[in-house]
Ligand binder design. Structure first.
Ligand code: CP3
Length: 355
């Protein structure tokens, strides 16, 4: 399907066989789907909680490359997943652009100052000037890549421009995202200026991640489902397009949560993999995305609270529904209190599957 990308991505592995995850992500038919979990690095493992306890401040943890690399490897060692994802956060981008955030214990991120209009947007750094301050993520990737010793590929990531925009305008999570959505109607030019600055920064950041060892990239558009379809086409897709075009050397996954209405447009992006949330039936997605891409997802994270037999049945059914050209994952990040036995039942079911 995507040969030039496939060849470049695979050339960073010295093993005789290219890892399963990279083969699947580049469109090869594989013996079984690869498996990993969004938000696997952090949240669920006791080893992670012990590591986390050494850092009262989440941001200090994220900025300590040795610790971030350790958290990255923990799910590979403990669960046997087919890929590692670098331990970091999508909010390092607003911070690098000059909009500081706090991680409030048990509540989530909060921005003391938010973007209200043109004047605030002009003040922000962007592109190389902003991404240059993210050296700590590049260092974490280099350590993780070395410590993985080629066992599994390393996924780099960033938030998609619309999702980062939403955090910068709202100042945190929101029930309605009405401040961010309002700006798209009331000040569309300012909105485009901000989205472009985020995009320029994200491109430099992701190039740095690839140079530091990321084998694949994922874009998290966590708040995609908040937009009306037409606005997703105007304010999200063109920026995703720019990012995908700027990074031709590695496979890219676009995960736009809740954006079932945008699957045709996402199917035309120059990315290799489309991530799906649990609301989307596999056949519905395949019909809209087309045959040219690999689909990733999409078990309901709540399934992992069930008895292992139920998890095995649901996971097997999901794999069969997707058919080939599929990467097994949840439909969103694994929840913090998910029982480890449930996570293992999911991973082990996929790993014992055979086409
Ligand atoms: O897969 C991984 O675990 C890698 C690391 C990773 C984190 N955040 C670490 C983290 C990744 C990929 C993210 C992405 C992220 N961050 C997203 C997109 C994915 C999604 O879930 O939709 C979003 C929206 C954020 C923003 C964010 N960061 C929120 C809302 C919160 C608070 C609640 C939570 O835990 O999700 C964070 C904090 C955060 N990011 C933690 C971790 C391990 C918890 C911090 C802590 O330990 O106190």
């Amino acid at each position: 399907m995507t040969e030039p990308t496939a060849e470049k991505a695979k050339s960073s592995f010295t093993q005789t066989t290219t890892p399963l995850f990279l083969r699947a992500a580049t469109g090869e038919l594989t013996e079984r789907p690869p498996v990993w979990l969004m938000r696997q690095a952090g949240r669920i493992l006791p080893q992670y909680r012990a590591l986390r306890a050494r850092f009262p401040d989440f941001k200090v943890f994220v900025k300590t490359p040795e610790a971030a690399a350790e958290a990255t490897l923990q799910p590979v060692d403990e669960l046997g997943v087919d890929a590692a994802i670098i331990f970091s956060d999508i909010l390092v981008i607003p911070e690098a652009m000059g909009l500081d955030y706090e991680m409030v214990e048990a509540k989530g991120p909060r921005f003391p100052k938010v973007i209200e209009g043109k004047g605030d947007i002009e003040q922000l750094r962007s592109g190389h000037a902003a991404a240059g301050s993210l050296e700590y993520v590049f260092d974490a990737l280099k350590i993780a890549k070395k410590d993985l010793e080629g066992r599994v590929p390393l996924i780099g990531f960033a938030g998609a421009p619309w999702t980062i925009f939403a955090y910068m305008v709202e100042g945190g999570g929101s029930k309605t995202f009405s401040r961010a959505r309002r700006m798209l109607y009331a000040a569309p030019e300012a909105a485009h200026t901000l989205l472009q600055k985020i995009t320029d920064t994200t491109i430099e950041y992701l190039k740095g991640q690839v140079a530091s060892g990321a084998d694949l990239l994922q874009l998290f558009d966590s708040w995609a489902g908040e937009l009306p379809p037409e606005h997703y086409r105007i304010f999200a897709i063109p920026y995703l397009q720019q990012i995908c075009e700027a990074l031709p050397d590695v496979p890219k996954t676009v995960f736009a949560k809740g954006a079932w209405f945008a699957l045709e447009d996402i199917g035309e992006l120059p990315c290799e993999v489309v991530g799906l949330d649990w609301n989307i039936p596999p056949a519905f997605a395949r019909a809209r995305v087309g045959e040219g891409k690999v689909l990733q997802g999409n078990l309901d994270p709540c399934c992992l609270y069930a008895h292992p037999d139920v998890i095995a049945t649901e996971t097997g059914e999901m794999i069969r529904r997707f058919g080939r050209h599929h990467i097994a994952n949840l439909g969103h990040g694994v929840y913090p209190d998910t029982p480890l036995d449930g996570v293992r039942a999911f991973v082990d079911t996929v790993k014992s599957f055979s086409w």
